[in-house]
Every structure is written in structure tokens, then in C-alpha cells.
Design a binder for this molecule. Structure first.
Ligand code: HEC
Ligand code: HEC
Ligand code: HEC
Ligand code: HEC
Ligand code: HEC
Ligand code: HEC
Ligand code: HEC
Length: 381
């Protein structure tokens, strides 16, 4: 989109009586425009403790933020570390060059990947899983700097969020339509689930309803089966996909999914409490668009070969409550997509193609209503 077109569109939106978009800052300063209005403390949050224990991050936050994991003060050392001192066994003398912000790598992406790719002491977020989890909750990325049809593309030297976030997709180079870890994760920890943040306004990030099982420990905390999602529908606790709208701001909210407000959707509904657009699986029962009794029963069409997709559970503030299957569960981005990516087109959580019918969609819809189990699909984890 050309720069003037975005500016014009922003002006139109600002004029429109729609609460969601009235939130954007003046179009004359789009580079600093915010998708969100008010929430968290409004000043840089660091190492705070959240209000919901099951959402609390266990690493890179507060007492678990170890500066030397990521920074090196002089990029030089004359002798080896004291082998008896606690530490991450980082290579010393330090082999690299001094980098901006004293980072241990030239680009934040490479920094994160030194531990988050192919290591057994930290979650592996790239390609095959060194920890051999059954299914990583966030899925996985492909090779940086290459286009990955199966999810987010990782890139180096991207226009920096928050100030230059919008130009990644608007009037920037197509090569900039990529992401880096510190768009979505606060490297210094913010007490939010997985240290997730609003890319366009990190300091405003509210509490986020992503819960890990309190019974899981170590790498099992990152198993898809041990993660559930809730939302209080307010700034007290937002659904975790509230961080997606910083970039994907046209895929949720009534303004976009049902522009004429007649209840017949133009884009698939996705739970967006901030922009006044929650949903429940039972909301389509009367018209027959959804069949919540089928979702609750959990067998038959849609459930053959595809385990139950993960819903967002309104009202849930902890892991167990967000595991309760109910007609009032909602559908949101992570019901269908894995946050990092997957082995399927568009980072889908189940196979979109391949000749199989009714794999995930029929869990809520019952349109194909197949009666025979389809052959099991073996997915890469
Ligand atoms: C998980 C990795 C990681 C850890 C651990 C970490 N940092 Fe950082 N730090 C970064 C990254 C990445 C940047 C660059 C941020 C950017 O480019 O926006 C940074 C930037 C900084 C900056 C300058 C910019 C800013 O945000 O203020 C300071 C100061 C800093 N870190 C201090 C610390 C201190 C002190 C600790 C330990 C208490 C620490 N960091 C721990 C990754 C880390
Ligand atoms: C020196 C190694 C190291 C580096 C560098 C590193 N991490 Fe980590 N990270 C870890 C370890 C270890 C864990 C915790 C594993 C566990 O749960 O036992 C972790 C956990 C995490 C978690 C999950 C936190 C939670 O409790 O839910 C996130 C998110 C994360 N890292 C992001 C990042 C990002 C983003 C960067 C780059 C700015 C980064 N890490 C750099 C070692 C590292
Ligand atoms: C910092 C900006 C940013 C955030 C935040 C963000 N995305 Fe994206 N997303 C992008 C960009 C840029 C692309 C297009 C290029 C690519 O595939 O990475 C994209 C592409 C995608 C795709 C298509 C992938 C493909 O293979 O074509 C999906 C699905 C997606 N995002 C889902 C999400 C979900 C779910 C969230 C929230 C958990 C999210 N995104 C948050 C920037 C973002
Ligand atoms: C991941 C890519 C991506 C990012 C990042 C992004 N946008 Fe967009 N934006 C889009 C898409 C896609 C559209 C719809 C374009 C169309 O329909 O032609 C759009 C449309 C718009 C429009 C037109 C009105 C509308 O809602 O359809 C405005 C204004 C806008 N974006 C502002 C912003 C601002 C401000 C930011 C930064 C906070 C931003 N965008 C970041 C992808 C992005
Ligand atoms: C587009 C936003 C986005 C980007 C970019 C991103 N993450 Fe994540 N990440 C998430 C979300 C959302 C989750 C939680 C997803 C869930 O559990 O459904 C997550 C989860 C994680 C976890 C926990 C493991 C898991 O499978 O749940 C780690 C570790 C992590 N991210 C590290 C990273 C690192 C390292 C990078 C860069 C290579 C990165 N993330 C880039 C959004 C992002
Ligand atoms: C009901 C399942 C479902 C939900 C919910 C859902 N998606 Fe998707 N998404 C899909 C499918 C299927 C595709 C493949 C392309 C298509 O059908 O438009 C897709 C495609 C995408 C793409 C690629 C679009 C493009 O232009 O290439 C992005 C980005 C994306 N989704 C992001 C999101 C975000 C962000 C959310 C939450 C606000 C979300 N999706 C919610 C099923 C879903
Ligand atoms: C987790 C539950 C869930 C899953 C999985 C799901 N949907 Fe939906 N879908 C809903 C809900 C809830 C609605 C809103 C129903 C309503 O308001 O009438 C909806 C609405 C729709 C509508 C629009 C109905 C209308 O006229 O407004 C279509 C079409 C649709 N879904 C197709 C799909 C497809 C295709 C897939 C698989 C890619 C899918 N859905 C997966 C829950 C789901």
C-alpha cells in the first residue's frame, strides 16, 4: 500500500464512529501509531510479578533474568571462568565481536537462537525439536531470511518495533515483512505469560491469559497439551491473541469480520475482547452455523485424526479452568494457527489440504459430518 493511501485510510477510520480505530494516534504520525489504547502500567514494565500464577513466566523475568545470558560487558576476557562458579557455561574467552547494546550476537535474532535452536536446556523454536516434545505449543519457525509458507518468517535487521513497526507491511520493502523474537517477547521479562508483549506499545501490555499446567515442569511446560487459554474480556486479563492485532489488525473485531453487522461473517470470527468482539461456539446453534453439542461431545466428524483444537475460555484465570470444554468456549487465532508456525500451510494446527475432509473445522461446525475415521495423519512436531 502506498504511503498516501494508508494516511487517507487512517483519516477515514479516525472519522468513523468505531471504538476500535478511534484508538489510533494521529495519522500525521503513523510511525508511532498505536493499535491499543490504555492498559498496563504505561511505563516500561520489568520483572513484575503477574496476578495469575499459571501465566507467570519462569525464565528471563525478575529473579531469573541473567544479564550474562545475553550481554557481555567488554567482549573480551583474558582467562577462563572459574569452573566452580554457577553459569550457563558460556564460551570464554568470548569468541565474537563487540556488538550494539553489548549483545552476545550481532542481531537479536541470532542471540535468541544461540540457545533456542538445537539445545536441550531451552525450548527449541526452529525446525526439528531437540527436546522431542510431542507438540510444541507455539509450533516452530523455518530458516531465517527465507520465506516460510508454514508460518512466520524470521528476519534480521528489521525496522525496529515499536517505532518502525508499521512500515514492515506498509510502504516498506517486501523483505521487511518478517518478524523477530523481540517483537513479541520482552527480552528483559515483563511478568506476562511467556514475556509476551504488544509489539506496537510494549509498556502497555496487559496480563495475558496463556496458562501452563502447574503440574508440568521443565520442557513439559511448553507442550501444547499443557497450555490452555482464558480471558476476562477486560484489561484485567486479555486473551493472549491480543498481541496478534498489533500487526494483524484487520483480521478480528466486528468492524472487519462482520462489517455490515448482520451476524453473517465476512471473515472468520476470532475472539477479540479489546475491540468488542468475543464469541462462543454456541452462538451459531440457532442458525445451524455451529453445533456446540458436537464440540462438547468431542467425537466423530472433525475429531478423527485431529485432536481437539484449543479454544479460549471466557472467565478462566488458571490452567484447569481454561481446560473445561463447554458450549461457551470461544474460537480465536490459536485454535487454528500455531504462533510460530507448523508443518502446515499458514501455520495451521491441522492439515488444511491433502485430500482429507472435515479435519479441524467440523469440530465446531458439523458440515461434512463424516462417519468414517479418516486415515491418521502423521505430522512433524
Ligand atoms: C534474553 C536476553 C537478555 C537478557 C537475559 C538481558 N538482556 Fe538486556 N537486552 C537484550 C536485547 C535483545 C537488547 C536489545 C533490545 C533492542 O534491540 O531493542 C537488550 C538491551 C539492553 C539495554 C539497552 C536498551 C534497553 O532496553 O534499555 C540494557 C541497558 C540492558 N539490555 C540491560 C540488561 C541487564 C542489566 C540485564 C540483566 C538484569 C539484561 N539486560 C538481561 C537481551 C537481554
Ligand atoms: C543463554 C541462553 C539463552 C538465551 C541467549 C536466550 N534464552 Fe530464552 N530461555 C533460555 C532458557 C534456559 C529458558 C528456560 C527453559 C526452561 O523452562 O527450563 C528460556 C526460556 C524462554 C522463554 C519461555 C519463558 C517462560 O517461562 O515461559 C522465552 C519466551 C524465551 N526464552 C525467549 C527468549 C528470547 C526472545 C531470547 C532473545 C532475546 C532468548 N530467549 C535468549 C535460555 C536462553
Ligand atoms: C510483529 C508483527 C506481528 C505479530 C505481533 C504477529 N504477526 Fe503474524 N505475521 C506478521 C508478518 C509480517 C507476516 C507475513 C510474513 C510472514 O509469514 O512472516 C505474518 C504472517 C502470519 C501468518 C501467515 C503465515 C504464512 O505462512 O503465510 C499467520 C497465520 C500469522 N501471521 C498469525 C499470527 C498470530 C496467530 C499472531 C499472534 C500470536 C501473530 N501472527 C502476530 C507479523 C506479525
Ligand atoms: C503484518 C502486516 C501489517 C502490519 C505490521 C501493519 N499493518 Fe496495517 N494493514 C495490513 C493489512 C493486510 C491491511 C489491509 C490492507 C488492504 O485491505 O488493502 C492493513 C490496513 C491498514 C490501514 C487501512 C485501514 C484498514 O484498517 O483497513 C491502516 C490505517 C493501517 N493498516 C495502519 C497500520 C498501523 C498504524 C500499523 C502499525 C501499528 C500497521 N498498520 C501495521 C497489514 C499490516
Ligand atoms: C509473532 C509473535 C512471536 C514471535 C515473532 C516469536 N514468538 Fe515466541 N511465542 C509467541 C507466542 C504467542 C507464544 C505462546 C504460544 C502458545 O503457547 O500457543 C510463544 C512461545 C514461545 C516459547 C515457549 C515455547 C512454546 O512452544 O510455547 C519460546 C521459548 C519462545 N516463544 C521463544 C521465541 C524465540 C526465541 C523467538 C525468535 C526466534 C520467538 N519466540 C518469536 C509469539 C512469538
Ligand atoms: C477458524 C480458523 C481460523 C481462525 C480462528 C484464524 N485463522 Fe488465520 N487462517 C485460517 C486459514 C484456513 C487460513 C488460510 C488462508 C485463508 O483461508 O484465508 C488462514 C490464513 C491466515 C493468514 C495469512 C493471510 C494471507 O493473506 O496470506 C494470516 C496472517 C492469519 N491467518 C492470521 C490470523 C490471525 C491473526 C487470527 C486471529 C485474529 C486468525 N488468523 C484466526 C484459519 C483461521
Ligand atoms: C473452535 C471452533 C471453530 C472452528 C475449529 C472453526 N470454526 Fe468456523 N465458526 C466458529 C464460530 C463460533 C463461528 C460463528 C458462528 C455464527 O456466529 O454464526 C464460526 C463461523 C464460521 C463461518 C461463518 C458463518 C456465518 O455465516 O457467519 C464459516 C463459513 C466458518 N466458520 C467456517 C469455518 C472453517 C472453514 C473452519 C476450518 C478452517 C472453521 N470454521 C473452524 C467456530 C469455529
Amino acid at each position: 500500500m502506498k504511503r498516501w493511501a494508508v494516511l487517507a485510510a487512517a483519516a477515514v477510520l479516525l472519522a468513523a464512529p468505531h471504538a476500535g480505530w478511534a484508538r489510533m494516534a494521529g495519522p500525521e504520525d503513523l510511525s508511532k501509531a498505536r493499535i491499543h489504547r490504555g492498559a498496563g502500567p504505561g511505563v516500561r514494565i520489568a520483572g513484575v510479578t503477574g496476578s495469575y500464577p499459571d501465566a507467570e513466566p519462569h525464565f528471563h523475568s525478575g529473579a531469573t533474568l541473567a544479564c550474562s545470558d545475553c550481554h557481555i560487558s567488554h567482549a573480551s576476557q583474558s582467562h577462563l571462568r572459574d569452573p566452580n562458579a554457577p553459569g550457563m557455561n558460556e564460551p570464554v574467552p568470548y569468541p565474537g565481536n563487540p556488538n550494539p547494546n553489548l549483545l552476545r550476537a550481532g542481531d537479536p535474532l541470532d542471540l535468541c537462537l544461540t540457545c533456542h535452536d538445537g539445545r536441550t536446556f531451552a525450548p527449541d523454536v526452529l525446525a526439528e525439536d531437540a527436546n522431542q516434545l510431542t507438540q510444541r505449543s507455539a509450533g516452530f519457525f523455518g530458516t531465517p531470511d527465507t520465506q516460510n509458507p508454514h508460518g512466520h518468517d524470521l528476519g534480521h535487521a528489521l525496522p525496529k518495533a515499536p517505532d518502525d513497526l508499521c512500515i514492515r507491511c506498509h510502504w516498506g520493502s517486501p523483505d521487511d515483512r518478517k518478524v523477530t523474537c523481540i517483537d513479541c517477547h520482552d527480552p528483559h521479562g515483563n511478568g506476562r505469560a511467556r514475556n509476551l508483549q504488544w509489539a506496537s506499545w510494549p509498556q502497555g501490555t496487559p496480563e495475558l491469559g496463556l496458562f501452563s499446567s502447574p503440574l508440568a515442569s521443565g520442557m513439559a511446560r511448553y507442550e501444547a497439551a499443557n497450555v490452555s487459554y482464558g480471558s476476562l474480556g477486560s484489561e484485567a486479563l486479555r486473551e493472549v491473541t491480543n498481541i496478534c492485532i498489533d500487526c494483524h489488525h484487520v483480521f478480528s473485531g466486528d468492524w472487519y469480520i462482520d462489517p455490515d453487522g448482520n451476524g453473517i461473517h465476512n471473515r472468520h470470527p476470532s475472539f477479540d475482547s479489546e475491540r468488542g468482539s468475543p464469541n462462543t461456539i454456541s452462538q451459531g446453534d440457532a442458525r445451524g452455523t455451529t453445533v456446540s453439542s458436537h464440540w462438547v461431545a468431542g467425537t466423530g466428524s472433525g475429531f478423527y485424526g485431529t485432536t481437539r483444537v484449543r479454544p479460549v475460555v471466557p472467565g478462566a484465570t488458571g490452567y484447569a479452568a481454561a481446560k473445561v470444554v463447554d458450549a461457551n468456549n470461544g474460537v480465536f487465532c490459536l485454535s487454528c494457527h500455531r504462533a510460530h508456525g507448523s508443518d502446515q500451510d499458514f501455520g495451521m494446527a491441522w492439515p488444511l489440504s491433502g485430500g482429507l475432509t472435515a479435519t479441524g473445522c467440523d469440530q465446531c461446525h458439523l458440515k461434512a459430518n463424516v462417519v468414517q475415521p479418516v486415515p491418521a495423519v502423521v505430522l512433524t512436531r
